[in-house]
Design a binder for this molecule. Structure first.
Ligand code: ZN
Length: 201
């Protein structure tokens, strides 16, 4: 894919260690034993590998470069990507939480490809997380890398650690938001953002 000469590449820094797959497989086998299961049983033989691979995938964001473009049309309205899928792992239970993110910004001098908003969500979702921090990290990252006039992030998610166990609040969704700049300070912009995301302001 060729890129316009004017794009600016903003590198992504990964501060997480790589997944040690052999160690993860051994640990899953140990966990099976601790849970009273026999990892040598025929139907469990391949489970340590599958579990290790699944966690490795859920914890490894795909590399991407955030390419931004000059805001030549000086578009000054809200840009909102709604319903971006979110799949992450709760750091308290190692169980998934999943839902959608609505990510918006008020452009400054630069705009970015819409598909990149989903990649920013994925960058932070593929980690051991709590929903509040995930929401804030996406908002902070866009503020720091895009320098927009405002940023808004809303995440609605169901946590399996809530719906499968504990209080068993099946279908309960947790909503979190993080706002920067004009979306935080200007009531009209904030209301417009929440109206576009379908969240009551
Ligand atoms: Zn949890």
């Amino acid at each position: 894919m060729t890129e316009p000469a004017t794009v600016r590449h903003l590198g992504v820094v990964h501060d997480r260690g790589p997944v040690d797959l052999p160690a993860a497989r051994r640990a899953v086998a140990d966990l099976l034993v601790a849970l009273g299961k026999d990892p040598a049983a025929e139907h469990l033989l391949d489970t340590p590998r599958r579990v290790a691979d699944a966690y490795a995938e859920l914890l490894s964001p795909r590399d991407f470069r955030l390419t931004t473009f000059p805001n030549d049309e000086t578009y000054d309205g809200l840009v909102v990507a709604k319903g971006i899928p979110v799949r992450s792992l709760c750091e308290h239970h190692l169980l998934p939480f999943h839902g959608v993110a609505h990510v918006g910004y008020l452009p400054g001098d630069r705009i970015l490809g819409l598909s990149k908003l989903a990649r920013v969500v994925e960058l932070f979702a593929r980690d051991l997380q709590v929903q509040e921090r995930l929401t804030q990290q996406v908002a902070d990252w866009l503020r720091d890398h895009l320098a927009p006039k405002g940023v808004g992030v809303v995440i609605e998610a169901e946590h399996l650690c809530m719906s499968l166990r504990g209080v068993q609040a099946t279908g309960a969704r947790t909503v979190t938001s993080a706002l920067h700049g004009l979306l935080r300070e200007d009531r009209g912009s904030r209301q417009e953002f929440f109206a576009l995301t379908g969240i009551g302001a």
